[in-house]
Design a protein around this ligand. Structure first.
Ligand code: SF4
Ligand code: SF4
Length: 305
């Protein structure tokens, strides 16, 4: 079975241009005839569909398990609380256990081991998944319900959906691009862990460097190959200094993207800069930098179709 190559676009800091890179990489692969799936795993702030001007469809609820104690059936044995790994069941001898939803991981262990079947699922909607298509690219997107905290469950669902596609239609996609949330938390870790190549995106500022080094620490822990992209590289004329600093830290760089009005224009229009049918300037600085990044990427990995 030939599995698609998975590229994870990430970055320790928010607003560095991860989504810009993820969308345009997807477009460039598509332009070369690859079958591409883009997965938006930034579930608190999913906006790939805006850059692709795509209409979301197939909205599907993501449910989360919480235990509900049926007092008529409970013998107050305390077995559930004793075995709960996150101490999410408050138990006082000879009393009914009380679930603490904010601590519960949804593992269902209590439900499985209760000797009297006194625990029932209290399923809660914590977000949604969607699909979409635009510019001959398929999109899977997750959205966390406002005020919910369990973003990892939505990311997990997106990756389950990907696994299902790979299992049932292994040749449907040649390339899968994952767009992560900012940061180095468990959602990001899951997506990096599922990838063959990782591309952290940064910007030439002190914050950018610090957060890049933090995400590289995580990438190294997960033993993944990576190369960084420096976005807004012409910002305040720091490019050469910044690239030298990265070199001194042993950070390999795939390429850089300068500030370019056409990139802003592509955001506003909902047409990716690198889309082959677009009217963007082929000699523009942004366009050329993406072309160079793509050539470097093709040299880095073997991407068959
Ligand atoms: S394991 Fe079941 S019966 Fe025992 S305290 Fe928990 S809910 Fe009640
Ligand atoms: S589902 Fe898991 S984490 Fe939640 S209360 Fe039950 S055992 Fe504890």
């Amino acid at each position: 079975m030939v599995k698609p190559k998975i590229i994870c676009v990430t970055g320790g800091k928010g607003g560095t241009g991860k989504t810009l890179v993820a969308v345009n990489l997807a477009i460039m692969f598509k332009n070369r005839g690859y079958k591409v799936l883009l997965i938006d795993g930034d579930v608190e702030n999913p906006n790939t569909f805006l850059l692709l001007n795509a209409k979301l469809k197939n909205k599907s609820e993501v449910l989360y398990f919480l235990p509900k104690i049926i007092e008529d059936k409970c013998n107050k044995c305390g077995l559930c609380a004793e075995n709960c790994g996150t101490h999410a069941l408050l138990y006082i001898k000879d009393s009914y256990p009380i679930p603490i939803s904010t601590v519960c991981s949804g593992c269902k262990l209590c439900y499985k081991i209760c000797p009297t079947n006194a625990i029932e699922p209290d399923l809660k909607v914590i977000g949604w998944t969607y699909t979409a298509s635009a510019f001959n690219i398929d999109l899977f997107l997750g959205e966390l319900k406002p005020s919910e905290a369990r973003s990892a469950v939505i990311v997990n669902k997106l990756m389950e959906n990907l696994e299902e596609v790979i299992k049932t239609e292994p040749e449907k996609y040649d390339i899968v691009i994952l767009d992560t949330a900012p940061g180095a938390h468990c959602d990001v870790e899951e997506l990096i862990n599922g990838a063959d190549f990782v591309i952290p995106v940064t910007e030439p500022t002190r914050f950018g460097k610090l957060d890049l080094l933090r995400i590289i620490e995580l990438i190294n822990l997960l033993k993944k190959e990576y190369k960084a992209i420096v976005n807004r590289s012409s910002l305040l004329g720091y490019k050469e200094k910044f690239l030298k600093e990265l070199e001194e830290k042993g950070v390999e760089v795939l390429g850089d993207i300068p500030l370019d009005e056409e990139i802003v224009s592509s955001y506003c229009q909902g047409i990716p800069l690198m889309e082959e049918t677009s009217k963007f300037d082929r000699d523009g600085a942004g366009y050329k930098s993406f072309q160079q990044i793509f050539e470097n990427l093709m040299e880095w990995g073997e991407f068959s179709k």
